[in-house]
Design a protein around this ligand. Structure first.
Ligand SMILES: *Cc1c(COP(=O)(O)O)cnc(C)c1O
Length: 422
């Protein structure tokens, strides 16, 4: 159970093992940071080179020529991405970034009335989301300290759906929550929360940054109003890769809060008229000219996700994280690590979250020994063995390396301080 032979056996039975070869992987490094920045695959590289080539070949005509005309690229990648989130093709568009898309969606869907003026979020959310919500409240003339309601976490790591539901009071106009919490990796029950929000006539949207490509979604069936995400984490779209968003088709036809000429119906855009006729699907939420090369790698990357399907990815991801937790419990016992992610499969996302008072320098020691973790200030270590390119042997080796770092106190050679990017 705790030896390398067992890990090898798990890999032999792994139906996704062959995908590892599709990625650029350094053989002397174990990359467990795919939840922060996914690795480059050859397919993603090829789709980027393809589009670079279309610029070379077509110049301005690339907007409408070649096999991937740039003018329609946000839409075509949106269609390709829709199955990953359980949406219809026209409900998804690739555009903007997480934070920009959140601004766009809140500008559109936050329509305070006399009685309903507040936005409901949570106190564990990623800072960028909170900054965006606060600035949106200010733009509408509300004081965020009163009108941004943050559901509290009892244990400092997870949220209780019952408490979120209890906070859905009559003064709430809009709810924005994560699908998977970025630290503890807790999966929120998006279906249940949506149902409860709608019972109270509140619109609800989710940030899928840590859930997309890691767990399956059924956004249409759950009737979620909107969602937004980045594509550089589990979806391996590359640093700063263009983000994505979902609009429930019930809301098609609204004017986007932040309009631009790419919000236009495609056939009207080049009329250059000063009256915007917005697209009647998720495309309306685009603003300006798409960043073609920042979305190009997503095409190749998504082809793998669609080939495999989210169900298989989730199955392997759960096996990897289960195995990692088992080894942490058996091999690191007594070394002061606390597992802070939910243990149950249905509540656990794609990564493991450990706490340790020496986390910053333990992460530095791991890097020095060839394991790439993700440090979260002040005392968090995220470890993400991902389904498409990590192996059970890597999980086993990482824990063994961590064990030697603790036993030999190798972390003491480093300062217990975070780096500029962590
Ligand atoms: C990664 C992440 C972001 C990043 O936002 P960008 O606009 O892509 O920089 C925002 N929110 C959450 C929850 C994230 O995990």
């Amino acid at each position: 159970m705790n030896d390398l032979k067992y890990a090898k056996k798990l890999s032999e039975q792994d139906p996704l093992a062959k995908y590892r070869q599709e990625f650029y992987i350094k053989e002397d490094e174990i990359y467990l940071d795919g939840n922060s920045l996914g690795l480059l695959s050859k397919r993603a590289e090829n789709s980027l080179l393809d589009l670079l080539d279309s610029w070379k070949s077509f110049g301005i005509n690339g907007w409408t020529s070649g096999n991937k005309p740039w003018f329609y690229l946000s839409e075509t990648i949106g269609e390709q991405m829709a199955p990953i989130v359980g949406a219809e093709p026209k409900e998804v568009i690739v555009s903007g970034s997480t934070t920009v898309n959140l601004h766009q969606l809140v500008s559109t869907f936050y329509q305070p009335s006399d009685k309903r003026t507040k936005i409901l979020a949570d106190e564990l959310n990623f800072p960028s989301d909170i900054y965006a919500l606060k600035s949106q409240l200010k733009l509408k003339g509300y004081d965020p300290s009163e009108h941004l309601v943050k559901v509290k976490s009892e244990d400092g790591h997870t949220l209780k759906e019952e408490e979120i539901i209890a906070a859905m009071t009559e003064d709430i106009a809009l709810i924005v929550l994560p699908g998977v919490l970025y630290r503890s990796g807790q999966v929120l029950d998006m279906e249940r929360l949506t149902k409860e929000a709608h019972k109270r006539n509140i619109l609800i949207g989710f940030d899928l940054c840590h859930s997309i490509g890691s767990i399956p979604h059924e956004l249409s069936a759950w009737d979620v109003d909107f969602a937004f995400w980045c594509n550089y984490k589990h979806l391996n779209g590359g640093p700063g890769s263009t983000g994505g968003l979902y609009i429930n088709k019930r809301h098609f036809g609204l004017m986007p809060g932040l309009a631009g000429w790419f919000s236009s119906r495609k056939d009207k855009q080049f009329d250059m008229d000063h009256e915007l006729i917005a697209a009647d699907d998720a495309g309306a939420y685009q603003i300006g000219t798409p960043n073609i090369f920042s979305m190009a790698p997503i095409i190749g990357s998504l082809s793998m996700f669609n080939e495999v399907g989210m169900a298989q990815i989730r199955t392997k991801s759960l096996k990897l994280t289960n195995y990692l937790m088992e080894l942490i419990n058996s091999e690191l016992d007594g070394h002061g690590f606390i597992i802070r992610n939910p243990i149950e499969d249905h509540k656990r996302g794609g990564h493991i979250y450990l706490e340790h008072p020496e986390a910053a320098r333990i992460c530095k020691a791991l890097k020095a020994d060839g394991v790439i973790p993700d440090y979260r200030s002040p005392n968090g270590i995220r470890l993400a063995p991902v389904a498409l390119y990590n192996t059970y042997e890597e999980v086993w080796k990482s824990v063994k390396i961590l064990q030697s770092i603790m036993v030999e106190e190798k972390y003491k050679q480093f300062e217990n301080k975070r780096e500029i990017v962590a």
